[in-house]
Design a protein around this ligand. Sequence first.
Ligand SMILES: Nc1nc2c(ncn2[C@@H]2O[C@H](COP(=O)(O)OP(=O)(O)OP(=O)(O)O)[C@@H](O)[C@H]2O)c(=O)[nH]1
Length: 352
Amino acid sequence: MSAGTKIPATIVTGFLGAGKTTLLRNLLQGAEGKRIALIVNEFGDMGFDGSLVDGCADPDCKADEVVELTNGCICCTVADDFLPTMEMLIARNPAPDHIVIETSGLALPQPLVRAFSWPSVKTRVTVDAVVTVVDAAAVAEGKMTGDLGALEIQRAADEALDHESPIEELFEDQLVCADLVVINKADLITVGDMERVRGEIASHVRASVEVVAAENGKLDGSILLGRGSAAEEDMAARLSHHEAHHADDDDDHHEHNHDDFESHVIDAPGFASLEEAQGAVREAMAIHGVLRIKGAVAIAGKPAPAIVQAVGPRVETWFAREAKAPGRLVVIGLKGISLDEVKAGLARKVAA
Ligand SMILES: Nc1nc2c(ncn2[C@@H]2O[C@H](COP(=O)(O)OP(=O)(O)OP(=O)(O)O)[C@@H](O)[C@H]2O)c(=O)[nH]1
């Protein structure tokens, strides 16, 4: 790095299960010798995106350094976790060519971008871009915005927007901060639905924002990196709902949207087969308020556990490449979800 050049940092944000980790795995595999340092944040107390680190055991993966921040949601622990990690990365010799930060699916990007104005970081690093990943199927199904048509009518009738659900607000806050929006999981929707989704996204982003579609987060590195947006310099154009409503307040705290959500790590039963695990997780996902389940479960007679990845109605299970501790699942949902019902759902062991 030549003197005076700032290290570019890309912030990857997006709701639970949109495909942030998948996109990063692709990006790192195509890094072509760039020294990319990665900061990964998880909501909940089990650093499950250690799966990404597993991915980096892959000889093709070029992550220079992976730092997992599991001590709560990154936008609330900026000073305690994020800034010291940035200072550590900046101090490295040689410094990384690029820093990529994957936020938890419940994080607001705004407090993180603001952290780039802190004196210890400001002179050395700039926000290359905020990349917001959205789940095409979830948007098409109205999961992020409620019923789209009904929402528009409601909006027209009520300017206050106070009735918005926590998911809608978070979705909009993540979009308004974006420099690039990736509509991921394009394989799951029709061309017509993609047009509708593009229209919905366009109504929430700033005019200059590029919107691209992707399958399994596959995008050329040149689209994701090197955008040079210096997002930290125009935060006024990227305010979250809370910031916009409290523009006159003389404080810098932000709305803790994730107080509307909760995360648990539970012990999971063993299953007779992948199909049985899949069916049981589907039962658990159907319980009101459950948004995301992921982890590893034991399958009878198999040395490696099955990885479980569930987002809304879509449940995937596959065998891990190597032995790791099975029997634990992260369950994320709206505040008040019934863990007893989730456990009962898992215990039903219905085959898929
Ligand atoms: N069909 C389909 N599935 C996808 C695509 N991208 C990701 N997935 C799946 O969606 C699930 C969630 O993907 P992740 O990459 O873990 O999502 P994430 O945003 O990192 O999730 P959180 O960190 O929990 O918020 C996984 O089962 C992926 O395999 C895609 O383009 N198409």
